[in-house]
Ligand binder design. Structure first.
Ligand SMILES: Nc1nc2c(ncn2[C@@H]2O[C@H](COP(=O)(O)OP(=O)(O)OP(=O)(O)O)[C@@H](O)[C@H]2O)c(=O)[nH]1
Length: 224
């Protein structure tokens, strides 16, 4: 049986694609499991990916909002990938360019069959903006589980942090278990074990485990 604990430190950069057409060209088949990281520009997507994989330079971080303009794909193993999506909601970008990224983002979300879970990253100091809510609602409607990650949690005192987590949980309470809410700090590692455990669960859907077990059984009987 295949090991059921992912080693996220093994993540490696696979490709950057400007749109889904390029993604399908590089990665044909739309198969396996993809976990996407989405959020407003500057929410901390790249920093979170680096912290979760213990690799400082895996995803490019920046003080300038709007740096992640491409769909960046990182491979965990032959069946599973993490995806850094273009940030949304950044005003200071020429409209034509913004439309191009937002189109690529929408296209990815709508067309990607292997999308198994979405991490929606929001700065803990101002979460649940309109576009975040749209993203969460879209995922729930599409029956894709969501992890609402409140980033930069180190910028708040523990008591304020707990208050904010509870407020966000209350606000998203109607979605029950379909939307989980956690606080996170890429700077301090706060929330990391909890997030890794959720990602690990998403990496092992029953259908994939069955497919892997079947393939292994077929290999074994061929080898006999
Ligand atoms: N204090 C603190 N700063 C953080 C944290 N995570 C990210 N930052 C900072 O926030 C800024 C944006 O982080 P990125 O990880 O580049 O954000 P992004 O969402 O990938 O940004 P885009 O490329 O615009 O989509 C950087 O200056 C980071 O150093 C955190 O947990 N704590």
């Amino acid at each position: 049986m295949t090991e059921s604990r992912m080693d996220f430190r093994k993540a490696k950069f696979l490709i950057s694609a400007p749109d889904i057409a390029h993604l399908n060209q590089y990665l044909p088949g739309d198969a396996g499991v993809e976990i996407a990281f989405a959020g407003r520009s500057n929410a901390g997507k790249s920093s979170a990916l680096n912290m979760l994989t213990d690799q400082k330079g895996l995803a490019r971080t920046s003080k300038t909002p709007g740096r992640t303009q491409l769909i960046n794909v990182f491979e965990l193993d032959e069946h599973r990938r993490l995806v850094d999506l273009p940030g949304y909601g950044f005003a200071q970008v020429p409209l034509a360019l913004k439309k191009k990224w937002q189109y690529a983002l929408g296209e990815y979300l709508q067309e990607r069959q292997c999308l198994t879970g979405v991490v929606v990253l929001m700065d803990i100091r101002h979460p649940l903006k309109d576009l975040d809510m749209q993203m969460i609602e879209w995922a729930v409607e599409s029956e894709i589980p969501v992890l609402a990650l409140l980033t930069k949690a180190d910028k708040m005192k523990q008591s304020e942090r707990m208050k904010m987590i509870n407020e966000v949980r209350k606000h998203l309470g109607d979605y029950d278990d379909r939307v989980k809410v956690e606080a996170f700090s890429s700077l301090k590692g706060l929330g990391k074990p909890k997030v890794l455990s959720i990602l690990n669960e998403w990496c092992h859907p029953e259908w994939l485990m069955e497919a892997i077990a079947e393939a292994e059984a077929a290999d074994e009987s061929e080898g006999q």
